[in-house]
Structure formats: C-alpha cells, structure tokens
Design a protein around this ligand. Structure first.
Ligand SMILES: [Fe+2]
Ligand SMILES: [Fe+2]
Length: 421
C-alpha cells in the first residue's frame, strides 16, 4: 500500500482507503478503480494524495534516484544547506522541505553538470556586480514610486473596467461578460484557463458566459490582475532581473498558495490566495524599475554580507518590496486582506490574520527552496516554527503538493505570462 500524489495517479490503479474531501464528503471508496473522471474530481476537490494497492512510490523514487552519484548528492546537499542557513533543520516539517529540495537540486546538477559549483550558480549576478554601482541609502516614498511606475507602463483600459465591474455588487455576470468580450486576448485567456489543468473539467467550455458561470468572477480577477501586472513591467532590462524567472516564481507561489488553502477547513476563497501569491514580490519590480543603480549596489551588499535581499532593501531604502507591493494593491483597490498578505509575507507573525499570511509565507518558502523561478532572493526565507501549527499541516502533504504545483504551473504560466517573445 502506498500514497500516490493525484498528479501521478493512473487509470486502473486500485484505491486501498476511502477518499474524502476537506469537509469529510466521500469521493471514492476502498477497492474502487481509478478512472480519468475520478482523477479530475480529486484535482477539483484538492485531494493531494491517495492510498493505492500494490505500488510502492518510495521504491519507485529510490529507483529513479539510484543513478545519481554520491558526489552529486553531496554537492546538492552542501548548496542546499547553505541556502537554508536561516532555517532550523531540526524541525521535521522544515527538514522535509530541505530533503525534497536536496533531491531536486541533485537532479538539476545531474542534468546540467556545469552548474555544479557555487561560482557558476552565482554567475549572472557576478557579472552585474562588476558594474561599480553604489548603494547610497535613500529614503523613498512608495506612493510616488507607484505613481511613476503607473505613468511609465500601460495597463489596457479594459482591465480597469473589468476590475471595477467585478467590485461593483450591482453588476451582473452578463454585464461583466459584456466588458470582457470586447477584448479578444482576455476572452481567450479566460477560456484557456477554464479548460486547463486548474479545473480539469470533463467537457470543453467554449463560450465566455458559460466559462464565467463556471469559474465565477473571483477567478476572473486572478487573470485580470495577473495579466495587468505582467503588462506593466514588460520593459524591465534583462541585465537587472530575469523577468521570466520572476514571473515563474510569482505564478508558482500563487499556485502553491491556492493549493495550500485547499487544506484549510472552513470557507476559503482559493483564488484570493492565488492573486496574493502572484503579487507578493511585485514591489521588487517597482524598486528595480525606478532605482536601477541603487539596486545593483544592493545586490553587492547581499552577496558580501550573506543577507536576504529584502533586508538589504530596508537598509538601503528604509522599506522593502513587501510594503511597496501592499501600497500597489491598495492603489488597485484590491481587498484589504490581500494587501495584508503581501505586506507580511516574510514575517506572517506580524499580521493579525495569521492563517492567511502564513499560507503565502509557506508558499514563498516552498517555491524558493525548490528554485522554481527566481525573484532575486538567494537564501530560503525564514520559516516561522508556529506556522505549521497555525495551518495544521502534516509534512506528508509536501511531496504531493510540490508535484501538483509543477503539474499546474505550465498551464497557468502560459495563460498569464504568455509565451516569452
Ligand atoms: Fe518577498
Ligand atoms: Fe517571493
């Protein structure tokens, strides 16, 4: 008997223990055969893993890893320990994230041996640091910076109109569909999302009204905020930041937060967590776009002092990207709770709505640890020990959760970011 993550289930496998959703509703019984339909149902209801007869996933995994040499595994562990230096590996939950990260790193090193050193790992930034940028402390005004950013970039009018309609309690679904349908790209993205692995629906949905009725306006908000945010920062010079990697990190964090929220009891609006995860580091783009020279100097400080990038931001600017991001959320009239999740994503203990910010914090930690994309941070952010208690999570959920993040990421990345030009 073995636990298999939903993304690895195959039709024909036999369930060995009843499967229930978060509310205890029975979805499948022991002895039942897995079918494609059942896999879709499990995905929709956030079932991370299922017990299956006669398959040992652990043995399978051990078999897959056995070709990786001991040298590579040791190197992977050395690099991963260095990146986890601010975390307590004695905590079983933290250790499980560390263990999975080591294995992932070993796979990467095995696939690309040229990355088998600290030096090559840090290379892109080292090139940057040859520029003699100076990090002069400068106190900034977030509102002024945001105004400048919005002036520089363009958000198509259709996005403002859609958000206004979603926030207007008197607007009907037809009114909203009427606005969205005027934009071909947005319409296509809504349809693409509803037919993606996010929902795993049985039928193909091909009309906008049907799609909106199925996903609801909250999900529409996800797409609109995502596409707006991406369009606003299309022009960041690549020598300052790898924008594709940044959005990969952000979209993966949103996906992780959405999945983590499904493990929580009570009424949870999963889409809000996706938006918060998606936008949690957006303040960093505002800083880079407006203060590029100072940002280069800041990267220098981070390497020399082995500190978090967000600490260096505070040292240099008097505040970090989480505060700027929260200001932007306010500017876009996003719900206050969303701004709070962005503001406290590094230290959820500072927020009164601990459960919500803990989800974003943990999602960010997991995505950073696994090196899915990169928002500029090198060290794995601090995991506050109380958050596992707060979220009542078992470490056993981590591997299936990570599999599911990777499974959904490709689809949702393509919808929000599009194919890189
Ligand atoms: Fe951050
Ligand atoms: Fe992040």
């Amino acid at each position: 008997m073995a636990k298999i993550s939903t993304s690895k289930l195959n039709p024909g496998m036999i369930i060995s223990q009843d499967v229930k959703d978060q509310q205890g509703r029975l979805l499948a019984t022991s002895g039942q055969e897995i079918t494609s339909k059942l896999i879709r149902i499990f995905k929709i209801w956030g079932i991370g893993e299922t017990r299956i007869k006669n398959v040992s996933e652990q043995e399978q995994e051990a078999g897959q890893d056995s070709f990786i040499s001991r040298d590579i595994l040791e190197k992977a562990e050395e690099i991963t320990r260095y990146r986890f230096q601010y975390n307590d590996l004695n905590d079983p939950f933290v250790f499980e994230i560390f263990r999975i990260s080591c294995l992932k790193k070993a796979h990467r090193l095995w696939e690309k041996p040229e990355t088998n050193s600290f030096d090559s790992y840090l290379e892109p930034d080292r090139v940057l640091l040859q520029n003699k940028a100076k990090a002069k402390p400068k106190t900034i005004n977030p509102d002024r910076l945001i105004a400048k950013t919005l002036h520089l970039g363009t958000i198509p009018d259709i996005y403002y109109k859609t958000i206004a309609a979603i926030n207007n309690p008197e607007a009907s679904l037809d009114d909203i569909a009427g606005i969205v349908s005027k934009d071909v790209t947005l319409t296509a993205k809504v349809l693409q999302l509803v037919n993606s692995s996010f929902y795993s629906l049985k039928q193909r949905v091909d009309t906008l009204t049907w799609a909106l009725a199925l996903i609801g306006t909250n999900q529409l908000m996800t797409i609109v905020s995502g596409v707006s945010a991406v369009s606003l920062f299309k022009n960041i010079p690549s020598e300052l930041l790898n924008v594709v990697s940044f959005w990969e990190h952000s979209i993966a964090c949103g996906t992780a937060a959405r999945l983590l929220s499904s493990y929580q009891s009570g009424q949870i609006d999963a889409e809000r967590f996706f938006v918060a995860g998606l936008l949690h580091d957006i303040g960093r783009l505002i800083l880079i776009q407006n203060l590029p020279r100072q940002y280069l100097g800041l990267l220098q400080q981070v390497r020399k002092e082995e500190i978090f990038l967000f600490t260096a931001e505070t040292n240099t600017f008097g505040l970090d990207h989480s505060q700027i991001g929260a200001h932007l959320a306010g500017h876009w009239n996003l719900p206050e709770s969303l701004g709070k999740m962005i503001k406290h994503h590094h230290f959820p203990g500072l927020d009164s709505s601990l459960q919500e910010t803990s989800i974003i914090n943990l999602a960010d930690v997991i995505v950073n640890a696994l090196e899915i994309g990169n928002s500029g941070e090198y060290f794995v952010p601090i995991i506050e020990p109380h958050i596992f208690e707060e979220l009542k999570l078992d470490k056993e959920i981590l591997q299936p959760l990570i599999n599911e993040i990777e499974n959904q990421l490709e689809d949702i990345f393509e919808i929000i970011y599009g194919t890189p030009e």
